[in-house]
Design a protein around this ligand. Sequence first.
Ligand code: GLC
Length: 447
Amino acid sequence: MKKLLYCTLTLLMFLSQAQAQEKKIFNETDQQKEKRLGWWINDRFGMFIHWGLYALPARHEWVKHNERITDSAYQKYFDNFNPDLYDPREWARMAKAAGMKYAVITTKHHEGFCLFDSEYTDYKATKTGAKKDLIKEWVDAFRAEGLKVGFYYSLIDWHHPDFTIDRVHPQRPNDPKDYEKLNKGRDMAKYRTYLHNQVRELMTKYGKIDILWADFSYPGDHGKNHDDWNSMDLIKMIRKLQPGILINDRMDLGEYEDGGDFVTPEQYKVAEWPTRNGKKVHWETCQTFSGSWGYYRDETSWKDNKQLLVLLIETVSKGGNLLLNVGPTSRGLFDSRAQDRLNGMGEWMKVNGRSIYGCTQAPEGIQRPENTLLTYNPETKRLYVHLLDYPLQRFELPGLKGKVKYAQFLHDGSEIKMHGTDKGDLALDMPVRKPDAEIPVIELVLQ
Ligand code: GLC
């Protein structure tokens, strides 16, 4: 018996050491990390903005890749870029009204065009009809509305002459043998310096930055990995210059536990809260209204308001954040389809935001009734039942008899009468008429 106990203890110690030995870059405790990420975990809902020269062709931000466009053929978009209606205060107000609490904008996307006034290139907004640093104004406007600000920065650059041609480059060859010939004279070391210099500018010239969203790595044949970016030095520099910043997970530093602050499932719904070595990790899903990130005039695959709300609620019900994208037009406006979606979400969030902010997955053991999504606020001990399909009069919550102090609709704070059943469930008397909310929410104050 003693021997068994001893063996078990040694095994447990070994296991906990193995866990503790996950490789780390920084010496920050879990507690310190939770504190650094606190605002973001609470806020749950942010706006992604993809804006660049690709708003002119208006057929996907990857148009240069998709159509294998050369630099000289792409030049007309630079020459004609003139966002005369750009008013970032308007954008910030719309983001805020939609219930979003933070925003992340493309300072440079894969095409290489910089919306900010970088001293390391002329391929930037100040040299176009815009004639100004679009990022500077953006930061000021979003800050003024009380939103947190984040920078997306593309590690990839399809315009820089030293960025080597790889398998996603617009000038990729059909025959792999041609890579060498095509890359003669291109020097990734020089591009790396450019990349680090630009990130340093972004981290020093715009005040406090809350998020750095680097994009992206694609290791393997004719791909790019952490060595190409020198991700280790990059992440250290970013954290040094902006100690409070949050960084996503796309620099290919996945072998380190802290090589990114959160994982970024893109354009799909996760089946459950993502984990690493069995431990739940922070996550943010980034999603579009219609498929592409940049403004796409002829795209018809727009999600409707209910789909978008379900996306948001479901994300929070699994402990995650939603970064929802807008692709402004080349004139600098959110088009009517985007405005319509933002308004729809804002209308709902105005009265139901309490089931999103500060909320997370419901405690284990609470059963989810059919056609509902549950979220939970651990501080206020309130459980939120989102009714995706409005029930008929009697609505039962399994096992909750005696566990709920009070029940009400969230949108109007009106009482819902309740009583326990013989089976130990909680039965709610619902009005026959569905309230005027896209997805009505029941707020349960737990004992
Ligand atoms: C992808 C795409 C890109 C987009 C990004 C957003 O990696 O390359 O166009 O900016 O996802 O997550």
